[in-house]
Design a protein around this ligand. Structure first.
Ligand code: ADP
Ligand code: MN
Ligand code: MN
Ligand code: MN
Ligand code: MN
Length: 357
């Protein structure tokens, strides 16, 4: 309840817009651990374009003698928390002019620029799990577990407190993303109680990563308001519970156009020859994190044998039924981990599908 009172207290300050043209810009970036970080600054004017946002720096802990990393603004959204003129500014990170850490945006963009004519698009299904302060799954019994389902699909898209726990956070995040201008497609409760998903996209090229980072920031920021923890760990709960993934949907202009299925099948063939490269890019630790998830029994692809299927949710690659019926559209790679770096994933997919690298 303390926490509710804090929220109400804060609401008294929300409409205190800064004087004149002053603008609060919250810069969002990824640190060495692949965590989303943020720091806010006051600008004396309201920028009208991305180029007007100044460069900034943040201190990286790995090298205290050469600690400054540069933050270069790459995308701007409205700030759903401070509102008014306030902005969220997604940034690329570099040090001494070179990219560093697990961000990978510059490399992703360079690869996509080399095949710009393909007009590659991505949509990512970000799953996450809500936890109590002590790391226990949110609203799970402190002893024992929720009902272990006889049917694997018992909890997916569930409604009601028995099957869906934490909807207020999911809905708040959804509305906050829409307000911000983030391309959010939808939400659903997931295969484990207190596990949720939202979908971002379809976004053109490297912008998928910018929207994904902004949406992760918004989610973590909402979780502060709701006083819960959010984790993107791919397997936060032991036992017969689904892992947490980030399916990546992909298409090129050829795949989206009439007769696109031929191009979808070509891409799947290429992917089948690059399993190791893809698994290495599908979590921030070279594939190690994801191993814990991919042996989870339910709704999980068996990655050791590459497989694909129409409407298959056990294969690595799924062609949605509606895409198959229509003969064109996109396909889904079900392997990326929930904690994946979206730029690294988009880069790897582009390299395999469009650049034959
Ligand atoms: P699923 O049935 O796999 O759960 P969802 O509805 O959760 O599917 O997610 C579908 C995803 O596909 C969304 O992120 C959406 O943005 C993305 N998507 C839709 N059309 C395209 C497209 N042409 N290219 C790439 N991604 C797309
Ligand atoms: Mn300081
Ligand atoms: Mn989904
Ligand atoms: Mn899902
Ligand atoms: Mn999916």
């Amino acid at each position: 309840m303390d926490h509710l009172r804090l929220q109400q207290a804060f609401d008294r300050y929300l409409d205190l817009a800064p004087d004149g043209k002053k603008t609060v810009a919250t810069y969002i970036f990824v640190d060495l651990m692949n965590n989303v970080c943020a720091k806010a600054r006051t600008l004396d004017f309201e920028p009208k374009s991305l180029e007007e946002y100044p460069l900034w720096t943040f201190g990286v802990g790995d090298d205290l003698e050469n600690s400054d990393a540069t933050l270069t603004p790459v995308a701007v959204f409205k700030d759903p928390f401070l509102r008014g003129r306030s902005k969220l500014v997604v940034c690329d990170t570099s040090r001494n002019g070179k990219p560093f850490g697990p961000n990978g945006r510059a490399a992703c963009k360079a690869a996509i620029d080399r095949c710009a004519d393909k007009k590659i698009m991505f949509g990512m299904e970000q799953e996450y799990t809500i936890l109590d302060h002590d790391g226990h799954p949110y609203r799970w019994p402190k002893y024992g577990q929720p009902k272990i389902p006889a049917e694997t699909a018992y909890y997916i898209c569930g409604v009601g407190i028995d099957r869906a726990r934490g909807r207020a956070l999911s809905d708040a995040h959804y509305l906050a993303c829409l307000y911000a201008g983030i391309e959010i497609t939808g939400t659903n409760s997931e295969g484990t109680p207190s596990q949720w998903e939202y979908q971002i996209g379809p976004c053109e090229g490297v912008s998928i990563g910018d929207h994904m980072l902004a949406a992760r920031y918004v989610l973590w920021r909402c979780s502060e308001d709701f006083d819960v923890l959010v984790t993107f760990d791919p397997r936060p709960i032991d036992g017969p519970w689904t892992g947490t993934g980030c399916h990546v949907n992909v298409s090129t202009e050829e795949m989206r156009s009439e007769g696109g299925m031929t191009h979808i099948m070509e891409a799947i063939k290429k992917l089948s020859l690059k399993t190791a490269e893809h698994l290495a890019a599908y979590d921030p630790n070279g594939g190690k994190d994801n191993l814990r998830r991919l042996d989870a029994a339910m709704f999980c692809p068996n990655v050791k044998d590459f497989s694909w299927g129409v409407a298959s949710r056990s294969a690595a690659i799924r062609i949605p039924r509606l895409v198959s019926d229509k003969g064109c559209g996109y396909f889904e790679d079900r392997r990326p981990s929930s904690n994946c770096n979206p730029y690294m994933v988009a880069h790897r997919m582009t390299a395999t599908i469009c650049l034959d690298e």
